[in-house]
Unconditional design. Structure first.
Ligand code: F6P
Ligand code: MN
Length: 314
């Protein structure tokens, strides 16, 4: 993993994409999302913390910030000229812009993941999944790119177009410049981030968690999916889970908006992502709101989770 922070040479996002020889329209799309994130940061820093008075299709109450972030991205992408279809975790229908144009891209996104952490001033993020053509209901392995933006003490952007994973930091001019290139998460799993209520874990997940603890793996859970995954990538290893629970067999996290893009990024860094039985990126979605359990991070830890779950099932 190459580190660029201390070099005087600043490689910005657009130049990085150009030097990676990316498709011009995909470059445009990624840069539009990066630009939209500047308005989202501003909304987080200074915006209304109140409720919007509406709910998303999962029945979760929306904050004014969720709705605003959603609008910022939709507006930007609608006018980008490179998008076929859009779907957001915050709205219940696909926005069709040029729906049958196979040369354009379709985008599934979570505009402000973890937004309930904003009032306690913890980190949140935007997660984006990109497919070529008009079809949004494809297995995640068909993604042509995935990215997230993490709004923490610093703002960082991580992307992959299938040629490694790269992290950029926002500088004082609000430009994203390269911090790390070709991030690899091949170190041992020294940290773990367990989502969901422990008393609702099934025996296999409970045994997995106990084995990690007995092996000295430390708890590091923020409650925000983006910072929790970013931690695994930048610390080069570890495991995050939001498992199937006794009262929620599909867990909590959503395949299109959360799991597929993160699984794509983590696999690109040499990690693995499973629902306990199969690779996340091989799940065939039949609806945009599908949820799935997830065990994601260092391959050995994900394999151990699968083993514990297989044995639980007998
Ligand atoms: O949108 C889902 C989310 O907020 C993620 O950011 C996070 O990983 C998860 O939910 C936290 O869920 P819980 O509050 O059940 O720990
Ligand atoms: Mn979310």
């Amino acid at each position: 993993m190459e580190h660029f922070n201390s070099t005087p040479l600043q490689i910005d996002l657009r130049r990085h994409l150009r030097e990676n020889d990316e498709d011009r329209d995909l470059t445009r799309l990624i840069c539009e999302i990066a630009d939209a994130s500047k308005y989202i940061i501003n909304a987080i820093r200074t915006g209304d913390l109140g409720m919007a008075g509406t709910s998303n299709l999962y029945g979760e109450k929306q904050l004014a910030l969720d709705v605003l972030s959603d609008r910022i991205i939709i507006k930007r992408l609608r006018h980008s000229g490179v998008v076929a279809n859009l779907v957001s975790e915050e709205s219940d229908e696909v926005v069709s812009i040029d729906p049958d144009n196979e040369d354009k891209f379709s985008v599934a996104f979570d505009p402000l993941d973890g937004s309930s952490l904003v009032d306690v001033n913890m980190a949140v993020g935007t997660i984006v999944s990109i497919y070529k053509g008009g079809n949004l209901l494809q297995p995640g392995r068909n993604q042509v790119a995935a990215m997230y933006i993490l709004y923490g003490p610093r703002t960082t952007l991580v992307y992959s177009t299938g040629k490694g994973v790269h992290e950029f930091g926002m500088n004082s001019l609000m430009e994203y410049t390269l911090n790390y290139q070709n991030i690899r998460m091949t170190g041992p799993a020294r940290i773990y981030s367990p989502g969901g209520l422990r008393s609702k874990y099934t025996p296999g997940t409970e045994r997995f968690a106990r084995t990690l603890e007995e092996n000295g793996t430390k708890l590091r859970y923020s409650g925000g999916f983006v910072p929790d995954i970013n931690q695994l990538l930048i610390k080069r290893g570890g495991v995050f889970m939001y498992p199937h629970l006794t009262d929620a067999p599909s867990g909590k996290l959503r395949l299109l908006y959360e799991l597929n893009p993160m699984a794509f990024l983590v696999e690109q860094a040499g990690g693995a992502a499973s629902d306990g039985r199969r690779r996340i990126l091989d799940i065939e979605p039949d609806s945009v709101d599908l949820r799935a359990p997830v065990f994601i991070g260092t391959p050995a830890a994900v394999a151990l989770a699968e083993q514990c779950i297989r044995e639980e099932e007998g």
